[in-house]
Design a protein around this ligand. Structure first.
Ligand SMILES: CC(C)(COP(=O)(O)OP(=O)(O)OC[C@H]1O[C@@H](n2cnc3c(N)ncnc32)[C@H](O)[C@@H]1OP(=O)(O)O)[C@@H](O)C(=O)NCCC(=O)NCCS
Length: 392
């Protein structure tokens, strides 16, 4: 087996998916994605677009502007026709599936350089747009239990996650993301893109729009439930509707050495796992268990974790049940904040978690050996991905 290393990982800042307030409201998702590619190639001049074997692009809702966005964005961005693209959909784990498919292709020797990306614009292609559920699903599940908010409420009830614990998690997610932003940590991964302020003024967007440095427990406690009159999940404890794109440049290790390129992490292993779609948020539990069993590792062997915070209820249920931690602030989970603050552009997030994990391990924890990124997805698909420091 060959080895796959991360040469670079970048992303756009995350914008609110809002047609009046969103910083990227005037951009199409293909434009955000190719601006990220432009930034990636500009800072890696030794790698030419024509040398890419293929682009794997994750996107959750491949309809409308996002129909086959992997291929169409590549062409619209002026990139070579000779480089093929595979748009991969697996709901929220789409971007992670893209990265893992590319890594596996490199390890099998099918190609040496791949671009793995993820993108989603939840404003112009809203969740469930053009959705047409198979009627037979209703024989198996209560269809009212399948929408994301309903699953977050069900997980909170079944895993006994209190509203206060969720709000505490949101508090720390914002505080850590704000601290990381102020310390310039995300500057290494964010490609600035021109966007619009509320008043229509143009500006370069280089920070995530949702992060609240001044988050208040009192304000959160006063918010109305979003999905159920007597529910416990609010906008503060849900990942917000977001627009964003991320991309990883992955390469066969020997080629990277011959080209004189540096890298910190290599792909070690990855799994996808399935669970009951009505509690889809607990997907990282079977995914991480499978990943650890396959690799012979224990929870305590993993130095850093990136858990997608689709909802505070599900993320906290997973962190607890896997025996990693009880409550935020966590020591080694989402150390620069999570999706409650940074945002969760569905198909982008799996790639973004790996981009950020790579950045965290290179920047703040250069001696850490293993990092895991994991996320749940609509309808009960989950992914977990293990990355290893090449020096350990
Ligand atoms: C929960 C949800 C329905 C809320 O959507 P919304 O009603 O449009 O609400 P917003 O996110 O715009 O937030 C409503 C208001 O609450 C505010 N708010 C959000 N979080 C807050 C916080 N922590 N503290 C204070 N105010 C907060 C927002 O700023 C907004 O006010 P503003 O417009 O004045 O800025 C939506 O974010 C959602 O569906 N999230 C989940 C997405 C999802 O399912 N993803 C897939 C997971 S697998």
């Amino acid at each position: 087996m060959k080895e796959c290393v991360i040469i670079d990982g970048v992303r756009s800042a995350n914008s609110r998916a809002h047609n009046e307030k969103g910083w990227f409201r005037a951009l199409r998702p293909d434009e955000v994605l190719t601006k990220v590619y432009d930034g990636l190639f500009a800072r890696n001049p030794k790698v030419k677009p024509e040398d890419i074997e293929a682009v794997f692009c994750g996107c959750a809702n491949i309809t409308g502007m996002q129909n086959d966005i992997g291929r169409l964005a590549w062409l619209a961005g002026g990139y070579p026709e000779s480089v093929p693209s595979n748009t991969i959909t697996m709901q929220c784990p789409s971007g992670m599936a893209a990265a893992e498919n590319a890594a596996r292709a490199i390890m099998c020797g099918e190609g040496e350089i791949y671009l793995a990306s993820g993108v989603e614009d939840m404003q112009k292609v809203p969740m469930a747009m053009n959705m047409d559920f198979a009627p037979r699903l209703a024989e198996r599940y209560n269809i009212m239990d399948i929408p994301m908010g309903a699953t977050a409420e069900k997980v909170a009830a079944q895993w006994k996650i209190s509203r206060t614990d969720m709000e505490n998690m949101a508090y720390w997610s914002h505080k850590k993301a704000d601290e990381a932003t102020k310390a310039g940590k995300f500057k290494k991964e964010i490609i600035p893109i021109e966007g619009l302020k509320d008043d229509g003024t143009k500006f370069m967007v280089d920070t995530d729009q949702w992060i609240r440095g001044n988050i208040s427990m009192e304000q959160m406690a006063a918010m109305q439930p979003s999905f159920k009159a007597d529910g416990v999940v609010t906008a503060a404890t849900s990942s917000p509707l977001t627009i964003g794109a991320a991309a990883l440049l992955l390469m066969e290790r020997g080629l990277a050495d011959r080209m004189g390129l540096s890298y910190h992490l290599k792909y070690e292993a990855g799994v996808i796992a399935g669970c009951d779609p009505t509690v889809m948020g607990i997907g990282p539990i079977p995914a991480v268990k499978k990943l650890l069993a396959r690799t012979g590792l224990k929870v305590s062997d993993i130095d850093l974790w990136e858990f997608n915070e689709a909802f505070a209820s599900q993320s906290l249920a997973c962190v607890r049940e896997l025996g990693i931690a009880e409550n935020a602030p966590f020591k080694n989970v989402n150390v620069w904040g999570g999706a409650l603050a940074i945002g969760h552009p569905l198909g982008e997030s799996g790639a973004r978690l790996i981009v950020t994990l790579n950045n965290i391990m290179k920047t703040d924890y250069p001696d850490a050996k293993y990092g895991v990124a994991t996320l749940c997805g609509a309808f009960g698909n989950a992914g977990a991905s293990l990355w290893r420091n090449v020096n350990k």
